[in-house]
Design a protein around this ligand. Sequence first.
Ligand code: 3SK
Length: 521
Amino acid sequence: QGASRGNAVSWFVDRHVAAGRGGATAFTDPHRSMTYAALAEASARFAGGLRAAGIGRERRLLMLMLDTVDFPVAFWGALRAGVVPVPANTLLTAEQVAYMLEDSRAEAVVVSARLLAALAPAIAASPWLRLVLVATPDGEPAPALPPGAQELRNFLAGAPAAETVAASPDEVAFWLYSSGSTGAPKGTKHVHASLRATAETYAAQVLGIRPDDVVYSAAKLFFAYGLGNAMTFPMSVGAQAVLLPDRPSPDAVLSVMARHRPTLFCGVPTLYAALLAHPGLGRGAGSDRLRLCVSAGEALPEHVGQRWSSVVGADILDGIGSTEMLHIFLSNRPGHIRYGTTGTAVPGYDLRIVDEQDRDLPPGEIGELLVRGPSAAEGYWNQRDKSRRTFQGEWTRTGDKYTQDADGHYRYQGRTDDMFKVSGIWVSPFEVEAALMTHPAVQEAAVVGREDADGLTKPMAFVVLREDAAPPGPALTEALRAHVKERVGAWKYPRWIEAVEELPKTATGKIQRFKLRAGFA
Ligand code: 3SK
């Protein structure tokens, strides 16, 4: 390991092989398993292939990949070569991924075969790309490749294994795109040391992760939450993760649980609520080894946590993290769960609740949550103002409103701006409004988050229709939903649509969303 010690790949991969644990299984997907030794070898070849293709240090590799064993091969291979992997959300529209390709100026891309068609136009248009790799699962036929593209498996077979580059722990290792209030995602730059920091704080001291754990995270690897749950946390102790490339429907989740019998399960509140409504849910959710479940992404409704504990017999640890802090910094603790709260600061992190002048607030008063800890991002790529506003010295602004109970537990109170999360993923009302307004029937639109019967937030739209539009009704509602799904992503469509005469606005023309929210609160 020597000079490459600051490079996270040495600690997460090579340390296990050097200690004689290379034969342990690191990942299992529906097609194959991979040991730590095989991952060390494949990632070294991936690094060698990048180097041979002339992809230099600090250049970006966009990863549009489903959760399979190929994901860690590409991620750790890039780190070995000093290339910066940029995992992208596979649920985004082609336009949004094209934006990331352009914004990051990625010189290499690795894309799962199933996602290639959506990315092909952006690949053809990119002036920066020099290497296009397509990952096809074993046993599936390769798709027609774009000009110059290679299959990942051929690339790996023909590549020399490369040495790991020496890296400072403070060097940028990878980016994750975080959604902004304007809807334009920001490339969030994380350093090598942050990966280990989240493993040594949350994973070790809250989850108590151990070598015999088998982790299944329904939250995908492209998401900071999934990246920790299903990659760096199990790898920090030489444990195993189960990966599922498909959508985590309740049926699919329960079948993974029964087949792989994980000890740790990680999901988002929407999924826990959907699983509770599934007739097949029982003790252990199908796994006789389940010891703990984790929820993040949005606040877990109290009744969902309570029902889950009584039906499944394992508790859900509700916590909150962010792409900017890489993982969870505020969480409940095993054996000390207070459903309805997000718990207390994870060891290694400090929290403040402040008013608009950044003065600390006493327990019971609502303010913005600030966090300080070892895994804060270095900043946003090419967004100086937004970086300065978010990363203020040692403190990171979360944009979340919280109160602290007299006994120290933190309670989520909403967002400081109008963003909200659906199934754990940020939704910007601006983005959904913009999509609605491209429909010929819509003159104006305003979108807010609204809780459904399970207490989970979903988009609600208020629309002012054009004079010549068809009258409101189920046909128009369905057409508008389909329109939004197609343009900005399947989970962002408005679950309720109400036609109104006009929208409440300030004198300067800004929509007053709080008035709309007050209408159904
Ligand atoms: O949204 C969250 O709570 C979260 C948790 C862990 C990592 C990343 C995020 C956004």
